[in-house]
Design a protein around this ligand. Sequence first.
Ligand SMILES: Cc1cc2nc3c(=O)[nH]c(=O)nc-3n(C[C@H](O)[C@H](O)[C@H](O)COP(=O)(O)OP(=O)(O)OC[C@H]3O[C@@H](n4cnc5c(N)ncnc54)[C@H](O)[C@@H]3O)c2cc1C
Length: 391
Amino acid sequence: MANARGTEVVVVGAGIAGVSTAYHLAARGVATTLLEKRHPAYGPTWRSSAICHAFYMAPALSRLAARGTAILRDLPATIGAPVVFRPVGMMWLVGAEAAPAWRAAVERIKGEGAAIEAIAPAEVARMAPGIVTDDAALGVWEPTCGYADPYGAANALAEGARRAGARIRLDTAMMRLVVERGRVAGIETTGGERIGADAVVLATGVWTRPIAARLGVELPITVERHGMAVLDAPARARAILPFAWCDDILCNYARPEGEGTILVGSWAGGGTGVRHGDVERPDQADDPDAYDELVDQAGSTEILTHIVRRVPAFESLGVRRGYAGLYDMSPDDLPIIDRLPGVDGAHMICGSSGHGFKLGPAVGEEVARLVAAGQAPALDDFALARFGDTA
Ligand SMILES: Cc1cc2nc3c(=O)[nH]c(=O)nc-3n(C[C@H](O)[C@H](O)[C@H](O)COP(=O)(O)OP(=O)(O)OC[C@H]3O[C@@H](n4cnc5c(N)ncnc54)[C@H](O)[C@@H]3O)c2cc1C
């Protein structure tokens, strides 16, 4: 199993977290196989709005977010990848009640080196005259943030992994984890092939819960369906909405997609690590391989209900067919990144709770550190044990 290069690791899942883990393992010289049942970004990564920002209430989350965003921004320089990151800036709007906590978090995050500042709502309106800010107490501006192309980012990191020596196995699904005497020995594919390994990383997102359950571990994860509305704004998307946008008052978000389209989603505050209790949770998806992936006109209208008060120009834009993706939600909206209890050598990345895209590149870097060097303190806050006994 182990060869001249030392430990053999199989990373299962080529979402943003898995491709980054494989890249960072291979870059450390670890013999790595990346296994994906379809293709990179096949899962929720593909549907991601891929907004990248450093703001989070939870310090461990904002550090990973800032690092993840920096990795994406630097991909052309680090691995010669095409540009996948669009630094259009990230703007938040915050109400009076939440403003003191946000100001304190902004100061903390700025102190850690991120470009972020608290600004007056009037300044938000000056930067985007079509946005109504009369109910706001605070704007938060992250000038170097923005959004990425999720497909491009996953493909770039997978290619980086391949160039660093990883084996990439697409269209190959893991059927089961092979466990011998309490230790992982590899994986078996649905085709019956066995791939030996000293360590396995399950970067399987919304698919992780049943995999863990088969090994006697009950993960406290639910899967939610989140719809996106898509607006036509030919040649004026950025004139209407110049930056990526998140509204902590009306609980929705939007971003330009290139110059002619605007994506709009609803949101329950979980994106900051603090969920808004008064916002209705979206429908649960029982089967990640069979859920309603389309958002029809009625669904789009519902998503747009509140945001048109904030950006009245949205009302005059044409509505395209929308789409829906899945969030793997943990009870506290923080990811679960840990060893799998009871199976030495098995690790999991799941529960990304709707913010896993920007975190993914940094999560992969830290998980590679955990697997290769045995510890990664940046992940301490994401241990499964915070939810009590799960086995
Ligand atoms: C509509 C929407 C908008 C979002 N917007 C944002 C945003 O703006 N910013 C942000 O940071 N996050 C956002 N997110 C969240 C983010 O997209 C996810 O948290 C992130 O993509 C999860 O990545 P992942 O690598 O953990 O998992 P996934 O993308 O779920 O990848 C898991 C992979 O594992 C593979 N797999 C599963 N089982 C097996 C098996 N048995 N064998 C082989 N392969 C397997 C799957 O095919 C899949 O490719 C959004 C999500 C959605 C749905």
